[in-house]
Design a protein around this ligand. Sequence first.
Ligand code: NDP
Length: 329
Amino acid sequence: MAYTASKTRYDQMKYNRCGNSGLLLPAVSLGLWHNFGDVNDFPIMKNILLRAFDLGITHFDLANNYGPPPGSAESNLKKVLHSDLAPHRDELVISTKAGYDMWDGPYGEWGSRKYLMASLDQSLKRMGLDYVDIFYSHRPDPNTPLEETMTALHHTVQQGKALYVGISNYTAEQTSMAVDILERLGTPCLIHQPRYNMFDRWVENGLLDVLEKRGVGCIPFSPLAQGLLTDRYLKGIPDDSRIGGASIFLGEEALDPGTMVKVKALNQHAEQRGQTLAQMALAWILNRKQVTSVLIGASSVKQLEANVATLFKLEFTKDELAYIDNILV
Ligand code: NDP
């Protein structure tokens, strides 16, 4: 049956301003790193994307290498755009990135102008788009001058292939320098995409301060620690879970006894709040004033819906935050 977007899609989602920019992002955004490759079931991913849009999720995050195989998440998004979402292109913020290993030879990764420009052209082709809304440098390159990487980002905007630019996985110091260069070039840094969750709080040691001071937005990735901060592994390892499947990014060793003690204590507190652990973990991140949006992954519509329902309870008391800090030490 042909898809008709829900008329109520903007009724419940919260939209936050991204740094000092004019762009609003949904408090919950959807990433296509896992579950959207050619190894996955197409009807399921299509349902997730359409349900996300119906729930007010206007932002889909990709990268050149998402799959597997690399590139297939972008090709699969193209199919869903073509069949259903293309009429809504101006309601969508689509991002992609280049930085990790994508093709053979010396020009297929890191941060050279040669790689970034070619990669964005390839991504646009795979997605069937004229432009992306945000183009990211996926990781800092220790061997390419930052000036070269930032100038390449700036030129993608000048060429009309990206509307905004961002950086991902840059330290606080690298971020300051990148923001300076982009500012000088006249293309402000829109957003930073760092890993941030209850188990990985590195951004609290300087990066969040830099982002706030410089008016750059923040969209934390893996806010659920790839599923650890949910009830997914409380009773073992389900076959259809990230650990139970073929992911090379999360293994059984992540479920060490120390971590599981914390997960159980957090789960108990979430229950007392009347939320699931996943919802509490997302609300905890959204509680930071510097955070624009949480960038979740989902392997089912049910997970997606549950995560969006986080928005019904975002507040924490000071005592609660201290209690959670105590569990996390
Ligand atoms: P999450 O931490 O949100 O983990 C998502 C996984 O958690 C799901 O696939 C699912 O696992 C599980 N999950 C989600 N919701 C629930 C729920 N309500 N109940 C139970 N389990 C749940 O994020 P990801 O690690 O997937 O990363 C999100 C996005 O961040 C990526 O798609 C990508 O866009 C971006 N990213 C960026 C990186 C970068 O370097 N810039 C690096 C990594 C990610 P299961 O499959 O087991 O069901």
